[in-house]
Design a protein around this ligand. Structure first.
Ligand code: WQD
Length: 340
């Protein structure tokens, strides 16, 4: 069994990726500092695959602890690096936390990966590197624009760090996956999104409102230059996104890369508005959602959805789930964790 290290593997995307890796026969080692995840997620993963992943609590900001971990795991075949802070709004108020937690940890990880026999690295990047792209759908060649937040900047700088290292390390092979908007939950409802506190993102706020935890959803602006006035995003089922990581890792293991640093947009290719998402939720749940129109949120781009041709043809991956599938799984998850 090839051993794969998944950092942040108890998080939303990480946990779903661990399940898909185990489904494909990989042995998974998870490191997580539990700052934005809970240890119970291990039970959820194990309940789905009947394979308990190896877990070590590890703060990747601790350089010596990272080095010690890798000394004990020299047989790692690949690394999927999710561990990072990811709340756009929080990053504006606390930039140094984001630069330290997202970049120092990447540097320590890269240094250790270079000591491995096989240097395969999947980087969790983001469509936020494009800022407000000029053309829709967004291709991987779209210009990287000044980040709208320190969070987005850490993804841009992270890709630049990796690119510079790949230029001088011929054995290092990296794929950066630029996610659009991950939503939904595993069909078993044993793992899903667990936002801490008031959800920043649209879909968990919708399901928590429907579950009675929130009074009313605020729609941040309906006066944008879009068909219905609300912002457009590419909402991708988290399981489709998880599967993209396994396909990307296999590409590295099979040495199929065209260069030692590749980037792929991972989305559905469909732009959905906030009202589209609300209507999808109401369709799949049979519930009427309580929402109101509120002022625009600072930092929101008007539109962001992926051109998926490269991921489809070069990576050999395509999203399969629809918005309704994803919203149905999100609602199923919310009802399960709230015992509704
Ligand atoms: C989506 C739309 C809001 C909440 C996220 C991640 C970011 C990146 C991309 C990975 C926007 C509107 C939201 C609410 C609303 N992913 N909204 N009311 O901002 O696109 O970014 O995906 O890197 O890390 O944060 O996602 O879900 O916050 O917003 O009207 O209560 O929903 O204005 O148009 P966003 P989001």
């Amino acid at each position: 069994m090839k051993k794969v290290l998944v950092t942040g593997g108890l998080g939303f995307i990480g946990s779903h990726t661990v399940v898909e890796l185990q489904n494909k026969g990989f042995e998974v080692v998870i490191v997580d500092d539990l700052s934005n995840s809970s240890i119970e997620v291990i039970e959820g993963i194990t309940a789905i695959t009947n394979q308990k992943p190896i877990f070590e609590k590890l703060d990747l900001k601790n350089k010596s602890a990272v080095a010690q971990f890798f000394r004990a795991h020299k047989d790692i075949s690949g690394v999927i690096h999710f561990a990072a802070s990811k709340a756009v709004g929080e990053s504006v108020n606390n930039p140094l936390l984001y630069y330290e937690n997202n970049l120092n940890t990447l540097i320590y990880m890269m240094k250790e990966v270079l000591n491995l026999n096989t240097q395969n690295f999947i980087f969790s990047s983001s469509c936020t590197v494009y800022g407000q792209a000029d053309e829709m759908p967004i291709t991987e060649n779209a210009p990287v624009k000044p980040a709208e937040s320190p969070y987005g900047n850490t993804k841009q700088i992270g890709e630049e760090i990796i690119r510079d290292v790949c230029n001088v390390e011929p054995h290092l092979k990296v794929i950066a996956l630029r996610y659009f908007n991950p939503i939904g939950a595993h069909s078993t409802a044993k793992i899903g999104e667990l936002p801490i506190g008031i959800p920043q993102n649209l879909v968990p706020f919708i399901t928590q409102t429907a579950a009675g935890l929130r009074d009313c959803l605020s729609v941040f602006g309906d006066d944008y230059p879009t068909p219905d006035g609300t912002c457009l995003r590419d909402y991708i089922h988290v399981v489709d996104l998880a599967k993209a990581h396994v396909v990307a890792l296999q590409r590295l293991l099979d040495n199929k890369q065209e260069s030692n640093f590749e980037t792929f947009n991972i989305g559905t290719g469909v732009g959905s508005s906030v009202f589209d998402v609300i209507k999808s939720f109401e369709r799949v749940s049979g519930k009427s959602l309580n929402y109101k129109i509120a002022p625009r949120r600072k930092g929101d781009v008007i539109s962001a959805y992926a051109d998926t041709k490269k991921a489809n043809s070069v990576l050999g991956w395509k999203a399969k789930s629809t918005l309704d599938d994803a919203m149905s799984s999100a609602w199923n998850w919310e009802k399960t964790i709230r015992n509704l």
